[in-house]
Design a protein around this ligand. Structure first.
Ligand SMILES: NC(=O)c1ccc[n+]([C@@H]2O[C@H](COP(=O)([O-])OP(=O)(O)OC[C@H]3O[C@@H](n4cnc5c(N)ncnc54)[C@H](OP(=O)(O)O)[C@@H]3O)[C@@H](O)[C@H]2O)c1
Length: 243
C-alpha cells in the first residue's frame, strides 16, 4: 500500500518527467497525466487543452482517494505550452485558444477539483503549480502564456488563503527558472519577428545557462519538505543557497 500518492501533469517530458523520476519518498504511487504515455509510469492520457478531458483527472482523484490510507497527497500541475509563439492578433486562433485553456483555465479548474477531493482528508496535502517569470516580465510573443501564468500566481495566493481558513492544503506556485526542456527548444526555433527577445534565450543556451530538469525537480521536491509558507509564489532562482 502506498504511503504517498502523487499526481503529475506534463509527465511525458521536461520538468514533469524529471519530477516523476526523482520522487524522494519511498513507497509512493505516481500517476502521470499527458497526451503521450511514458513507459514505466502509471498514466492517464488526457489532452488538458480540451476541458472534456479534465473529468478523467477529477475521477482519478476521487477514486484513488476513496481507499487511500497513506500519509501524504500531492498534485503537481506541470503541463503547459508556449505555443503559439507570436503576437496576439497574428497567431492562429485555435492554437491561441488551446494555450489559454491549458495555461490559464486548466490549472484553476483542476486545482479546484483537487482541493474538493482532498477537503476531508486529515493528512498532509500539497498542491504545486508550475509558473514562470513570464507572469511578471513582458515578453512580446508570449501574451497568453504570460497571462496564464499570472492567473496561476494569483489563483495560488487566493486559494492558499482560503485553505488557511478551512481546507488545510498547502499551495505553492513555483517558477523553475530557465530549464533545458523541449519548451526552450521551441523558443530558440522561432523567428525574431514572432519572438523579438529570442536572442537572449539563444545566448543563455549557448552559454550553458539552462538548468537541468532533474536538478530543478529535486529542488521542487525539497520545497515540499521545507517550511515555505502556503500561497508563496517562488522563483527557484531567488532561493539559491537557501536550501
Ligand atoms: N522550461 C522552462 O524554461 C520553463 C520556464 C518557466 C516555466 N516553465 C513551466 O514549467 C512547466 C513544464 O515545462 P517544460 O519546460 O517541462 O515543458 P515541456 O518540456 O514542453 O513539457 C510539457 C509537458 O506538458 C505536457 N502537455 C503539453 N500540452 C498538453 C496538453 N494539451 N495536455 C496535456 N499535457 C500537455 C506535455 O505532454 P504531451 O505533449 O505528451 O501532452 C509535456 O509532458 C510548464 O508549466 C512551463 O510553463 C518552464
Amino acid at each position: 500500500m502506498a504511503g504517498s500518492i502523487v499526481w503529475i501533469t506534463g509527465v511525458s517530458g521536461g520538468i514533469g518527467l524529471a519530477l516523476a523520476r526523482c520522487v524522494p519518498w519511498e513507497n509512493t504511487r505516481v500517476i502521470g497525466i499527458s497526451r503521450t504515455p511514458v513507459a514505466g509510469i502509471e498514466h492517464i492520457r488526457a489532452d488538458l487543452a480540451d476541458p472534456s478531458s479534465w473529468q478523467a483527472l477529477s475521477l482519478s482523484f476521487t477514486e484513488e482517494l476513496r481507499t487511500f490510507s497513506g500519509e501524504r497527497i500531492v498534485f503537481i500541475h506541470a503541463a503547459g505550452t508556449i505555443d503559439p509563439i507570436g503576437f496576439a492578433g497574428e497567431v492562429e486562433t485555435a492554437a491561441y485558444r488551446a494555450n489559454v485553456i491549458l495555461n490559464c483555465a486548466a490549472p484553476q479548474v483542476l486545482g479546484h477539483e483537487f482541493l474538493h477531493s482532498v477537503r476531508n482528508m486529515g493528512i498532509r496535502r500539497d498542491l504545486v503549480m508550475l509558473t514562470s517569470g513570464a507572469s511578471k516580465t513582458i515578453y512580446p510573443g508570449w501574451s497568453s502564456y504570460g497571462a496564464g501564468k499570472a492567473a496561476v500566481d494569483q489563483w495560488c495566493r487566493n486559494a492558499a488563503q482560503e485553505q488557511s481558513i478551512r481546507g488545510g492544503t498547502r499551495i505553492l506556485a513555483v517558477a523553475p527558472g530557465i530549464v533545458d526542456t523541449a519548451m526552450q527548444e521551441k523558443i530558440r526555433l522561432v523567428s525574431e519577428r514572432e519572438f523579438p527577445r529570442r536572442a537572449k534565450f539563444v545566448q543563455l543556451h549557448a552559454d550553458g545557462q539552462l538548468s537541468d530538469p532533474i536538478v530543478v525537480a529535486r529542488r521542487i521536491w525539497d520545497l515540499l519538505d521545507s517550511d515555505i509558507d502556503s500561497g508563496a509564489v517562488v522563483d527557484l532562482r531567488d532561493l539559491s543557497g537557501r536550501q
